[in-house]
Design a protein around this ligand. Structure first.
Ligand SMILES: *Cc1c(COP(=O)(O)O)cnc(C)c1O
Length: 225
């Protein structure tokens, strides 16, 4: 778990280097394919939030992870699975369709809560990826801001897979610019507090470009097979 110290140091360096870096950056430990035992070790090491990309993995491990920790859903969410996680996660990073927004709103209402969400934006425009197109994001957020049980709290993106992390910088910068633009619109019920961007290969660049949630798996738990 010494890797966590190293990651925190890299984040601090990136913060010092950049004028647009966030003052506080949440290190979200991504635990797909990671056993509960390892997760508990990470929590013991100061990890306060974990990210899973599959509903089933949250359900499998939810009761086995001890201590005070927030669960975030970061992967694509199918509408018919919302009901299983509505009372378990504290932030959904991957809202990308009106039908999903409607379902989350409905289930959150039934559970007597408000659900914080990030809108996933497909900045890199890769066909295989989920997410709202950048030019459609403002209209999308206007539309979903009407749902009483949804709280839009920011934007998320997944950078393209490239050799050199510098190549992702324009993608992260575009997401920040879009966040700032939406923030200035001051839409009722819409906060633009979070920018979730950066993974093992590119989080240093993401922090320099203003990320305040970085989602890191393999740098903490080792390479996935
Ligand atoms: C797996 C995953 C991550 C973490 O990726 P690493 O390269 O292992 O750090 C971050 N975000 C999402 C959406 C993921 O699915």
């Amino acid at each position: 778990m010494g890797a966590i110290d190293h990651i925190r140091a890299v984040i601090r360096q990136a913060q010092q280097k950049s004028a647009v870096a966030a003052e506080e950056v949440l290190l979200l430990a991504v635990t797909k394919n990671v056993q509960a035992e390892k997760m508990n070790e990470a929590v013991g090491y100061g990890i306060s939030a974990i990210g899973e990309n599959r509903v089933q993995e949250i359900l499998n491990k939810y009761d086995q992870v001890k201590g005070k920790v927030d669960w975030h859903l970061i992967g694509h969410l199918q509408t018919n699975k919302v009901k299983y996680i509505i009372d378990k996660v504290s932030l959904i990073h991957s809202l990308d369709s009106l039908s999903l927004a409607g379902e989350i709103d409905k289930r959150a209402g039934q559970a007597g809560r408000e659900m914080p969400v990030l809108v996933q934006v497909n900045v890199a425009d890769e066909e295989t990826k989920f997410g709202v197109a950048p030019r459609e994001t403002i209209d999308f957020i206007r539309e979903i801001s009407r749902y009483p049980h949804l709280r839009v709290q920011g934007l998320m993106t997944i950078g393209p897979l490239v050799e050199d992390a510098e190549e992702v910088r324009p993608v992260f910068r575009e997401l920040r610019t879009l966040r700032d633009e939406i923030h200035r619109l001051a839409l009722p019920g819409v906060e633009m507090e979070y920018l979730s961007m950066g993974m093992t290969n590119d989080y240093h660049v993401a922090v320099e470009e203003g990320a305040n949630i970085v989602r890191i798996g393999s740098a903490i738990f080792g390479k996935r097979i």
